[in-house]
Ligand binder design. Structure first.
Ligand SMILES: [Zn+2]
Length: 214
């Protein structure tokens, strides 16, 4: 996901302690991945790899670790707050994030094979903040999404994990999970807003390297 254009403050949601802690040693963890990796160009809307469900991660070995390092390097080079593997052309269900929540806490992590929890009605509050995507460079649109999200999946070693997010970080978790099922945020917009986002993209020049579409 690309960086936020406006901020909104929201109440923190309380929850059980079973969620991973992704707010500690963020700078060091992000830097370690990024320095081992190499930034790769970003795929953009129209590239088939972005429009179909990715394959499950089944091999949690050194190749996956190297991919995740490249994803952190690519995310930083493009100044993103979240990146899915198919955004650097890799057909695998894994995303990384380096994203603030609405309380200002920075979250850094990796999720393989993510699945979003269905939210109970009492936790479902919609937030219609702006959203953008590195794969739709230069475009932003308001999109209503729940302001709370729980993603379950696996870490780099294949261990089951759950990640909880509020506010902007909740948006990021939903946005990145969507990517791995072949869905871009513009696919959730009205026809008119989608067209407007594509026009914004066509009128601008990306600030980072992209993969040209055929
Ligand atoms: Zn995106």
């Amino acid at each position: 996901m690309s960086q936020q254009q406006e901020t909104r403050s929201q109440d923190a949601a309380d929850g059980p302690d079973e969620f991973i802690v992704d707010t500690e040693d963020c700078a060091a963890r992000e830097e370690a991945h990024r320095l081992r990796g190499t930034a790769r160009p970003i795929t953009v809307v129209g590239n088939p790899v972005l429009h179909r469900e990715c394959r499950d991660v089944t091999d949690f070995g050194p190749e996956l670790a190297a991919l995740v390092d490249d994803m952190f390097a690519s995310q930083r080079a493009a100044e993103g707050v979240g990146l899915a593997a198919n955004q650097i052309g890799v057909d695998l269900k894994v995303f990384v994030y380096d994203c603030p929540d609405d309380e200002g806490a920075r979250h850094v992590g990796v999720v393989c094979n993510p699945v979003l929890d269905e939210l109970p009605a009492e936790l479902r509050r919609l937030d219609d903040s702006n959203e953008g995507c590195l794969s739709v460079p230069g475009a932003y649109a308001e999109l209503a999404r729940p302001d709370y999200a729980v993603v379950r999946g696996q870490d780099l070693e294949g261990k089951p994990i759950a990640v909880r997010g509020t506010g902007y970080f909740a948006r990021c978790l939903q946005h990145e999970t969507d990517h791995l099922y072949g869905r871009l945020y513009i696919d959730r917009l009205s026809k008119r807003d989608r067209k407007d986002a594509l026009r914004q993209m066509a009128e601008g020049t990306p600030r980072y390297e992209t993969v040209p579409n055929d």
